[in-house]
Design a binder for this molecule. Structure first.
Ligand code: ADP
Ligand code: MG
Length: 237
């Protein structure tokens, strides 16, 4: 049975969609013979942009859940994506979501969910998840946001916190130390911060993942995201 991982933060712009794609691609490459699926609760479908896939989005997760069938878009080898048409989750959709996810779990080894906090649907996704990964800024609102999330989500589900778009300021370093203290004594993995980087900006513009470059400058990011992927792949005791 496949594992479900939600990439969650109630803030926009922290890199949820980007990180979801990077993690999914690493997992698909590490586990050559396994299939990885990305779902989203965001009808912007940024994943397609970041993966440089331009296809008309005519059916989506809604169709899978309500009609039992819909488009599945291939992003890379062993890596698939189901878009979302509308951020409009009906009661029926929410009731039937679990059954659909259970079906996907039979076919896909890892299902990563690129979330946005809309209409409590995130709550459903988190409940259906085995693990949650939290990308975050290192700013004033962060510690508060993370502490809040740790109260809302089953703390055992939180696998990793990934500071992103780090600009190496002293204030950010202080927030990093604070988060380190918060997770101390828990099983939560706090990764090294991922810098706000021109290399990443350029790759995003080209529609490439962090693994699709020979640039030596990308190695540190490959290493950090690889570590987080390792945490996702780690089997529970
Ligand atoms: N480490 C990084 N360096 C440079 N740009 C980044 C980095 N991480 C994310 N971005 C860019 O920041 C923006 C927000 O990222 P995105 O994944 O869309 O955030 P979210 O899904 O959380 O709203 C996007 O334009 C993305 O390309
Ligand atoms: Mg997004």
């Amino acid at each position: 049975m496949g594992k479900v991982i939600t990439i969650k933060n109630n803030k926009g712009g922290v890199g949820k969609s980007w990180l979801t794609l990077q993690l999914a691609h690493i997992i698909a490459l590490i586990l050559e013979d396994k299939k990885v699926l990305i779902l989203t609760s965001d009808s912007q479908n940024n994943i397609l942009l970041y993966a440089n896939i331009s296809v008309p989005v005519v059916s989506g997760l809604e169709d899978h859940v309500l009609k039992g069938d819909g488009d599945i878009i291939s992003l890379r080898e062993n890596l698939y994506y189901i878009p979302l048409i509308k951020n409009n989750f009906t009661k029926k959709f929410r009731e039937k979501l679990r059954v659909t996810i259970d079906e996907f779990k039979k076919e896909y080894d890892y299902i990563l969910i690129d979330s946005v906090p809309v209409l409590n649907i995130d709550q459903d996704f988190v409940e259906l998840s085995d693990k949650v990964v939290i990308p975050t800024f290192l700013d004033a609102a962060t510690t508060e946001g993370i502490t809040k999330l740790m109260g809302e989500i089953d703390i055992n589900k939180i696998a990793a916190i990934v500071p992103n778009r780090y600009t190496k300021t002293k204030v950010e370093q202080e927030w990093y130390d604070d988060i380190a203290k918060i997770v101390d004594g828990t099983d939560i993995y706090l990764s090294e911060p991922i810098k706000q980087s021109a290399v990443i900006t350029e790759l995003i513009q080209k529609g490439k993942t962090i693994l699709e470059t020979q640039s030596k400058k990308a190695v540190e990011f490959q290493d950090i995201i690889g570590e987080v992927a390792g945490v996702i792949l780690r089997e529970e005791k």
